[in-house]
Ligand binder design. Structure first.
Ligand SMILES: [Fe+2]
Length: 183
């Protein structure tokens, strides 16, 4: 993990307001590693299902608007997918889904511990503070534990080039399998 910046002042206030106004869903995209988080995806969404079993799908979803889109472009140029997570953002040891490139950029709102594990370093714990922007290798085993409430994280990712032709451009996020109407 590498700290690449920090969002401060009015920008941080604006980002908090934007995130807190989102209708995050507990069911739109499920991860067995993070059973209690609530999410909303922008740009391209993965259903996080098995590629090897033929269940993996990519969908075009909402544009996050100019401000967040350009924030993402500064942090991870030409990003494809933004996942905003809230609720209980506890996520257990995992590597990110095979749809995604390894290097991602995460903006942390609130406080959390982020852990990663590899053969050379063993297990390393990082303290994520409010507004911190980090570049992460999501193919290393990693997990996170929130230590403030609320806590959100926004992760910008690239889709691997070989999957780009398979994005379903017609499906809205609301038609993702598994969603329930509990709004
Ligand atoms: Fe992850």
């Amino acid at each position: 993990m590498e700290v690449i910046g920090r969002i401060l002042g009015e920008n941080l206030t604006e980002l908090w307001a934007w995130v807190e106004a989102l209708a995050l869903s507990p069911t739109a995209i499920r991860s067995r590693y993070a059973p209690n988080r609530r999410v909303k995806c922008f740009g391209v969404a993965s259903n996080l299902q098995s590629i090897s079993k033929g269940r993996a799908r990519l969908f075009r979803t909402d544009d996050p608007g100019e401000w967040v889109r350009s924030l993402g472009d500064r942090l991870l140029p030409d990003w494809h997918s933004l996942l905003v997570c809230g609720g209980d953002t506890t996520i257990h040891w995992h590597r990110d889904h095979g749809h995604f490139e390894g290097i991602a950029v995460m903006v942390n709102l609130g406080e959390a511990f982020y852990f990663e594990r590899d053969y050379e370093q063993g297990e390393v714990q990082h303290h994520l503070t409010n507004g911190l922007v980090v570049r992460i290798n999501t193919k290393l085993l990693h997990k996170a534990i929130p230590i403030s409430a609320p806590r959100y994280n926004l992760t910008f990712r690239h889709i691997k080039p070989e999957f780009l032709p398979y994005i379903d451009e017609t499906a809205a996020q609301l038609s993702l399998p598994g969603i329930q109407s509990n709004s």
